[in-house]
Design a protein around this ligand. Structure first.
Ligand code: NDP
Ligand code: GDR
Length: 324
C-alpha cells in the first residue's frame, strides 16, 4: 500500500504538534500549512520539523490553500487552524470570524476543487454549546454560543456538515472539549496557572491575576484527543463526535491542585482582576462521549489531576532551565 498523505492546518499549535507526531508514527507523509511570521515560533514542532513538509499559507487566503492541497495531494486533511483564544475573540471579532469561520469554507473549497475525495476533519468545539441548555452535552445538544469565537465555530461546524451533505464529501466534525498539555498556549487558563506556579515557586513572580474561578470545564489531555481526530477519518462513513472526559472541575479546583503540587497555598497568590473576566461566560461544560467510545473505540489515558501535575512539572523544568 502506498504511503498515506495528510495535510494539517494549525500544525504549529498544540493539537497540530501532537497530531503530526501521531501521523508520523503511523507512517504518514505529513504536510503542514504554516503562516509566514517575522519571527517564526516553532517551539511545539521543532523536534519533528525535519519530518514535516511545510507549505506557506493562511486560512484567509483561498489561493494558498488550493496550492497547498495541490502540493500535498492529501488522503486526509485536518483543519486545526483558528484564532483559538476565546478572550481575544471579543477584541478581534472580525478576524476571528474570518479565520475561525470563513477559513473553514476556504479550506473546504480548496479540498472540493482540488481533491474532493480527501477525508476532512474540522476542529469544532464545546464552546458551541455555550450557555447551558442541557447537561451533559452530547452531539444533539442545541448550540448557544457565548463568544464571537463560539459563534464562529458554530458556522465552521455547520458548513462542514453542509459540504458533507451537498457534495458527499467525507467531512467530519469533532466537538472537542477543552484539552491541554505542556504545549498549551500560555494565555489559556491551565497553562497560565502552571507557568505562574513554576515562576512563583522559583521566586520569579509573587502573584497571579485571574478572572472567574467558578466556571467549570471538562479538561482532558491533548495527546489523547488527537487520537480521536484520526479515528474519525478511519470510519466507513463521516460523522460528528463529542470528545470529552465526562468529568467537570472548577477553575478554582485547577488552581488548588496546581499550587499544592508545588507545595504552595493558592490563596496567598491569586488576585481577582476584572480585566480577565469575560463579557459573557460559559459556566459549565461537561461532555458525554459515549458515541465516540462505542463507534470509534476511543478512550482516554490521562485524567485531570495527572494532567495538571504533568503541566506543573513541565513548567518547573522549563523555568529552571531558563534561569540556569
Ligand atoms: P492553537 O491556538 O494552539 O493553534 C492554532 C493554530 O492555528 C496555530 O498553528 C496558528 O498558527 C494557526 N492559525 C491561526 N490562524 C491562522 C490562519 N489564519 N491561517 C493559518 N493558520 C492559522 O490551538 P489548539 O491546537 O489548541 O486547537 C486546535 C484547533 O482546535 C483550533 O481550531 C481550536 O479552536 C480547536 N479547539 C481546541 C480545543 C482545545 O481545548 N485546545 C477544544 C476544541 C476546539 P500560528 O502559530 O501562526 O499562530
Ligand atoms: P476556554 O479556555 O475559554 O474554555 O476555551 P480558557 O482556558 O481560556 O478559559 C477557561 C475558563 O477559565 C476562566 N478563567 C480564565 N481564563 C483565562 N484564559 N485566563 C484567566 O486569567 C482566567 N481566569 C478565569 C475563563 O473565564 C473560562 O471560564 C478553550 C480554547 O482552547 C478554545 O479554543 C476551545 O474551543 C475551548 O477551550 C473548548
Amino acid at each position: 500500500m502506498s504511503q498515506k498523505r495528510a495535510l494539517i492546518t494549525g500544525i504549529t499549535g498544540q493539537d497540530g504538534s501532537y497530531l503530526a507526531e501521531l501521523l508520523i508514527s503511523k507512517g504518514y507523509k505529513v504536510f503542514g500549512i504554516k503562516r509566514r511570521t517575522s519571527a517564526p515560533i516553532m517551539e511545539n514542532i521543532i523536534h519533528i520539523a525535519n519530518e514535516i513538509e511545510f507549505i506557506d499559507g493562511d486560512l484567509q487566503d483561498l489561493g494558498s490553500l488550493i496550492q497547498a492541497v495541490k502540493i500535498s495531494n492529501p488522503d486526509e486533511v485536518y483543519n486545526l487552524a483558528a484564532q483559538s483564544f476565546v478572550g481575544t475573540s471579543w477584541a478581534q471579532p472580525v478576524l476571528t470570524a474570518q479565520s475561525t469561520a470563513i477559513g473553514v469554507t476556504n479550506m473546504l473549497e480548496a479540498v472540493r476543487l482540488v481533491k474532493p475525495d480527501a477525508r476532512f476533519y474540522q476542529a469544532s468545539s464545546s464552546e458551541m454549546f455555550g450557555k447551558v441548555v442541557e447537561t451533559p452535552q452530547v452531539e444533539t445538544t442545541p448550540f448557544y454560543p457565548r463568544s464571537p469565537y463560539g459563534v464562529a465555530k458554530v458556522y465552521g461546524h455547520w458548513i462542514t456538515v453542509n459540504y458533507r451533505e451537498s457534495y458527499d464529501m467525507f467531512a467530519c466534525s469533532g466537538i472537542l472539549f477543552n484539552h491541554e498539555s505542556p504545549r498549551r498556549g500560555i494565555e489559556f487558563v491551565t497553562r497560565k496557572v502552571t507557568d505562574a506556579v513554576a515562576r512563583i515557586k522559583l521566586g520569579l513572580q509573587n502573584e497571579l491575576r485571574m478572572g472567574n474561578l467558578d466556571s467549570k470545564r471538562d479538561w482532558g489531555f491533548a495527546g489523547d484527543y488527537v487520537q480521536a481526530m484520526w479515528l474519525m477519518l478511519q470510519q466507513d462513513a463521516p460523522d460528528d463526535f463529542v470528545i470529552s472526559t465526562g468529568e467537570t472541575h472548577t477553575v478554582e479546583e485547577l488552581v488548588e491542585i496546581a499550587f499544592s503540587h508545588a507545595g504552595l497555598n493558592w490563596r496567598d497568590y491569586i488576585v481577582i482582576d476584572p480585566k480577565f473576566v469575560r463579557p459573557a461566560e460559559v459556566d459549565l461544560l461537561l461532555g458525554d462521549c459515549t458515541k465516540a467510545k462505542e463507534k470509534l473505540g476511543w478512550k482516554l489515558d490521562v485524567g485531570f489531576e495527572e494532567l495538571v501535575k504533568m503541566m506543573v512539572d513541565s513548567d518547573l523544568e522549563r523555568v529552571r532551565k531558563e534561569i540556569r
